[in-house]
Design a protein around this ligand. Sequence first.
Ligand code: PLP
Length: 248
Amino acid sequence: MTDAKPTVLPARQAELAAGLAQVQARISDACAVAGRARSEVTMVAVTKTYPASDVLALTGLGVTEVGENRDQEAAGKAAEVAAAGATPRWHFIGQLQRNKCRSVVGYADVVQSVDSARLARALAAAAVAVRDRPLDVLIQVSIDGDPARGGVLPGSADPDAGLHPVAEAAARADGLRLAGLMAVAPLDWEPERAFARLAEVAREFRAAHPEAVVLSAGMSGDLETAIGYGATHVRVGSALLGMRSTLR
Ligand SMILES: *Cc1c(COP(=O)(O)O)cnc(C)c1O
């Protein structure tokens, strides 16, 4: 860890400003097409693989929500950003092992990727121990029913794989606030079909959990479709920061 405040080169600053303007315009247009207010959709800037200096540039441009998918990378980055005086809300969006919960709840305000009752309980215990206010959690839903990619199954009653039992575990746990659902469109599905299916799942879910209104869906390639189907949060990485060199 260095004491030096991370600096942003002017060229990078300009690149990020241009990317942000483009993504903001896409979100505004998609809201207009869907007949939704722009204020209904929040952009989470997914900064994985990019340095703390990029996060600081983005917060300087008005970005308030940042997403990361690996604790090992995010913990240090969050500390650097905090040391530089910026206070974005950190969303954890990746697969999470229970032994990382204590670390994650120390900097994250939202964990979007809860996919088992075991993980919900581990997060709750960590949140009670480490935090002075509840941790927002989203239940990650598998749209195509393939559990290999993570996400719970909407129709299942399995306590560690079914949407309703996992949501109940999160809703009951001290230290957690069940805020809604998250999903990633399967690679081999049309976004239209994926987000239509997700909207159906979300509608049923809200009948049981009316306060849990967050729907995190849509990324760089499919955010318009997700907004058309009710996404309240889009998670945007490459369209904002550039293509990542690694596939994650
Ligand atoms: C990396 C990632 C994103 C952002 O993807 P882009 O296609 O770069 O916008 C969104 N959600 C999750 C869960 C991710 O891991």
